[in-house]
Design a protein around this ligand. Structure first.
Ligand code: SAM
Length: 292
């Protein structure tokens, strides 16, 4: 179905067309159509509703049609609009960055809870695999006095993260960006190391084509069991923690394996946190600061 079949080109008619086209590919066709048309018109959801009878000009109709067609081929909405909301902030994203997930907010909440529970003049935090910078920027947004080093292996992702810090933080210079392979070359000593690393098994049949075809492979996949990056981080982080916490996001079915890796590597006070659906999502553990 082509948008030319929509006779009057009013907002409500275009939304109806977009919803119908997207029904085949999306579980939220109405929402997707609203977000995409709102993006083309620079209208909020409320404005789309208030001006539902307004006619849309040709350039916007063509833009909307192109976006709906791209969406119907599986491209995520966030890559079409160029942004995604996370922890109450609007992060720029592109094909070099993972689209921040709601479940990763638990990692930020866990970090903030640890920081709130222990008085320090300044927390020193290391985030490994920062992607769009969603985790590091959210932490500094809540606790501006935190010193943060955020790393990623992907230079283009770090550029997006740095731009997000500049756009969203009053003190963007609190975050120091470093392109590296996990902890290689990271200097200093940290109170908290946190990461949402890639943790999907390479042959995982549950990964949707939408995810695997569009999001960066190295942001997602981590060997046959999905634990390759986690094992590496658990081992390397010890040298950077002088009595401090490691916080890791992981797959819902990986809690037991992650606890076991941490236990065997010498971490203590290992606790796994569950999300609102009761799924094991984040594991925290304490490294006492013994020499590795
Ligand atoms: C699951 S994404 C997390 C992105 C972001 N922190 C978030 O939560 O939305 C994992 C990130 O780790 C990065 N990464 C993958 N392998 C890496 C490595 N060997 N060293 C450092 N970063 C790596 C990827 O580029 C990606 O940005």
């Amino acid at each position: 179905m082509n948008v030319s079949e929509v006779a009057d080109k009013r907002i409500k008619s275009l939304l109806g067309w977009g919803t119908q086209v997207l029904r085949r590919v999306s579980s939220t066709p109405d929402l997707d159509a609203r977000v995409l048309l709102g993006h083309c018109l620079q209208y909020s959801k409320e404005q789309l509703w208030m001006y539902a009878d307004e006619r849309v000009d040709r350039a916007c109709v063509e833009h909307f049609q192109a976006d709906v067609q791209a969406r119907s081929r599986g491209k995520p909405v966030a890559y079409l609009t160029g942004s995604k909301e996370f922890f109450g902030l609007d992060f720029k994203v592109n094909r070099h960055t993972l689209i921040p997930r709601p479940e990763t907010e638990l990692l930020v909440e866990a970090a903030l809870a640890l920081m709130a529970g222990q008085q320090k003049s300044q927390w020193r935090v290391l985030e490994l695999g920062t992607g769009s910078g969603a985790v590091a920027v959210s932490v500094v947004h809540v606790r501006p006095q935190t010193f943060v080093v955020a790393t990623d292996i992907d230079h283009a992702a770090l550029q997006v993260a740095c731009g997000n810090a500049q756009g969203l933080l009053k003190e963007p210079a609190s975050i120091h960006w470093l392109q590296t392979n996990w902890c290689a070359g990271v200097q200093g000593c940290f109170d908290l190391v946190l990461s949402n690393p890639p943790y999907v098994a390479t042959e995982d049949p549950h990964v949707s084509a939408e995810v695997s075809n569009f999001e960066p492979k190295r942001a997602l996949f981590a060997g046959v069991d999905g634990l390759q990056a986690i094992v590496c981080i658990v081992e390397e982080a010890r040298a950077l923690l002088a009595g401090g916490w490691l916080l890791l996001e992981h797959g819902a079915g990986q809690g037991a394996s992650v606890r076991s890796v941490l236990q065997q590597t010498g971490y203590r006070q290992i606790v796994t946190l569950k999300d609102l659906a009761g799924l094991e999502r984040v594991t925290q553990a304490y490294w006492s600061g013994q020499q590795v």
